[in-house]
Design a protein around this ligand. Structure first.
Ligand code: SAM
Ligand code: SF4
Length: 467
C-alpha cells in the first residue's frame, strides 16, 4: 500500500458539487488519499468550480493565484503539490484554464471524475492532463462509495444525485452545456446507495439533480420510474426519517410527485420551485416553457395535496428586455405566493448561451435597485414565516452540537435551523420542540418532552446563537 497522501478539496456552487466532491474523496481514498482542511498541507488540491454566473466562475482564478503561492512554498521545502480544477468551469473552459493558470496540473469535467486516479498518474508522467469528454460509461457505477466510517463522519443528512444534466435550454443557463443531456440513474443503484447511507446513520436524504423532477430512471420492472414513484420506494427504507428533493422545474411536476406529497409522511412539505420571473414576456424570452398561470396552477396542486406545504424559489432580475412593468409583475407574483425563502440573482450573461447574444437593456444601477427591492420583499416574507412558528410545536431533526456549549441544532421541515439546550444524545432524532423565540433566521425553543433537556435551561430569549 502506498503511504497516505493528503487531499484538499474546495467546492463552489450547487449541491451537485457537494455530492461530486464526496464521490471524488471516496474514489481517491482507494488510492490512499486522506482529506485535510488545510490546502498548504495537501499533496493534491482540487477546486470544484461553478460556472453559473460570472462572479462564481472568476473565483477560481483568484483561488488559483493563492494556490500558486502555496505550491511555491511547498516546493521550497522540497514537497510537491498537484492542482486540479474540476466542475463546470473545467468543463466550459478546458485547456483555456491551463493557458490562463499554468500552475494547474489536471483539468477534469464532471463526467470524468471516475478517471481521477489515471489523470493524476498521467499528469505526473506528462506534466498535464485534461479530460472533459462526455463518455458513454456510467460514471455513478464507477465512482467509489464512501466507507461506513466516512458516512458516519459526514453526519445524519446526505445528498444523493439521482439525475444529472438538462434538456430544457433556458436561454440564460450554462447547465445544458456543462453538465450535458439529462440522464437518470437506475432505481436499484439509488436504492442501494440510500440503504447503505441509512444503515450507517443517515436519517435525512435529499435527492438532487439539476432538474430532479425530470427523473425517469429505469426501475427494477424495466419501466421508467418518475420521481414520485422513486420517493415512494425510498420511503420504505427503515431509518430514513425525512426525504427531500431539489431542484425542481415547474413544468416537470407530474401527478406521481403530487401523490408522493399527499401520501408520504416522510416527504417534507417544502419545495424549491424556481420561477425566475413573474412576467410571461420574460419567461418566454428565457425559454422557461411555462407561464405565470402554469406556475400558479402547479403551486395550487401542491397546496391541495398537502395544506402545510411551503415554497422557495429562484429569481433573476435584469434579464435583457426586463422593463419596470415586468419587474413589478415579479414582485406581484412573490406577494401572491408568499415564499418561506428564496434566492435572487442579477442576470449574468454567460458565454455560449443564447441570452448572451441579446443586448443588455437594464443598467447596472437599475439591476442593483431591483435586486434590493426583491430581496427586501423576500426577506419580509421569510421573517413572517419564521415568526409564525413562535408559540407552536414543530418537529426538528437534530443534526449536531452548536458552537455554544450545551446547544444542539437541528432543522424543521422547512429547513429553518432550530436551537435547543439538550444532551447530544438527541442528534439523529426527530423530536417536538416548542418554539419560543427567533434570532436572525434561527428558531429558539425547548424540547417539548423533557427526557433529553438539560437542567437549568435558560429562557429562549437568552440562548445566544453560536452555530
Ligand atoms: N434547474 C433549476 C431551474 O430550472 O430553476 C436551476 C438551476 S441553476 C443551477 C440555479 C439558479 O441559478 C437558477 O434557478 C437561476 O435563478 C440562476 N441562474 C442560472 N443562470 C443564471 C445567469 N446566467 N444569471 C443569473 N442567474 C442565473
Ligand atoms: Fe438551467 Fe433551465 Fe435547465 Fe434549470 S431548467 S438547469 S435553469 S437550463
Amino acid at each position: 500500500m502506498k503511504p497516505p497522501r493528503k487531499l484538499h478539496i474546495k467546492s463552489y456552487g450547487c449541491q451537485m458539487n457537494v455530492y461530486d466532491a464526496q464521490r471524488m474523496v471516496d474514489t481517491l481514498a482507494r488510492e490512499n488519499f486522506v482529506e485535510t482542511d488545510r490546502a498548504e498541507d495537501a499533496d493534491l488540491v482540487i477546486l470544484n468550480t461553478c460556472h453559473i454566473r460570472e462572479k462564481a466562475s472568476e473565483k477560481v482564478y483568484s483561488e488559483l493565484g493563492r494556490m500558486r503561492l502555496a505550491k511555491q512554498a511547498r516546493a521550497r521545502d522540497g514537497r510537491n503539490m498537484r492542482i486540479a480544477v474540476a466542475g463546470c468551469v473545467a468543463q466550459a473552459e478546458g485547456e483555456e484554464i491551463v493557458r490562463r493558470a499554468p500552475v494547474v496540473d489536471v483539468v477534469v469535467g464532471p463526467q470524468n471524475y471516475q478517471n481521477l486516479p489515471q489523470l493524476l498518474a498521467r499528469a505526473e508522467r506528462d506534466g498535464k492532463a485534461i479530460e472533459t469528454e462526455f463518455p458513454a460509461e456510467d460514471k455513478f457505477a464507477l465512482l467509489a462509495q464512501p466507507r461506513p466510517a466516512q458516512i458516519r463522519a459526514r453526519g445524519i443528512s446526505a445528498f444523493v444525485t439521482v439525475q444529472e444534466g438538462c434538456d430544457k435550454f433556458c436561454t440564460f443557463c450554462v447547465v445544458p452545456y456543462t453538465r450535458g443531456a439529462e440522464l437518470s440513474r437506475p432505481v436499484v443503484q439509488i436504492i442501494d446507495e440510500a440503504k447503505r447511507l441509512a444503515d450507517n446513520g443517515v436519517r435525512e436524504l435529499t435527492l438532487i439533480g439539476q432538474n430532479v423532477n425530470a427523473y425517469h430512471g429505469e426501475g427494477p420492472d424495466g419501466r421508467n420510474w418518475p420521481l414520485g414513484k422513486l420517493l415512494h420506494r425510498l420511503g420504505e427504507i427503515p431509518g430514513l426519517a425525512r426525504l427531500r428533493y431539489s431542484t425542481s422545474h415547474p413544468r416537470d411536476v407530474d401527478d406521481s410527485l403530487i401523490a408522493a406529497h399527499r401520501d408520504l409522511p416522510t416527504l417534507m412539505p417544502f419545495v424549491h420551485l424556481p420561477v425566475q420571473s413573474g412576467s410571461d414576456r420574460i419567461l418566454s424570452a428565457m425559454n422557461r416553457k411555462h407561464t405565470v398561470g402554469d406556475y400558479l396552477a402547479t403551486i395550487d396542486r401542491f397546496r391541495k395535496a398537502r395544506q402545510d406545504i411551503a415554497f422557495s424559489s429562484d429569481f433573476i432580475v435584469g434579464f435583457p428586455g426586463e422593463s419596470e412593468q415586468d419587474f413589478s409583475a415579479t414582485l406581484a407574483l412573490v406577494m401572491q405566493i408568499g415564499y418561506a425563502a428564496a434566492y435572487s440573482f442579477k442576470y449574468s450573461p454567460r458565454p455560449g448561451t443564447p441570452a448572451a447574444e441579446i443586448e443588455e437593456t437594464v443598467s447596472a444601477a437599475d439591476m442593483d435597485e431591483r435586486l434590493v427591492r426583491l430581496q427586501q420583499l423576500i426577506d419580509s416574507q421569510q421573517s413572517a414565516f419564521n415568526r409564525a412558528a413562535i408559540g407552536t410545536r414543530v418537529d426538528v431533526l437534530f443534526e449536531r452540537a452548536a458552537r455554544n456549549p450545551g446547544q444542539i441544532v437541528g432543522r424543521t421541515a422547512y429547513l429553518q435551523p432550530a436551537h435547543v439546550m439538550a444532551s447530544p444524545e438527541i442528534i439523529g432524532q426527530v423530536l417536538p420542540v416548542k418554539i419560543e423565540g427567533l434570532k436572525r433566521y434561527s428558531l429558539l425553543g425547548q424540547l417539548a418532552s423533557s427526557e433529553f433537556s438539560r437542567g437549568n435551561q435558560p429562557a429562549a430569549s437568552s440562548v445566544s446563537i453560536g452555530a
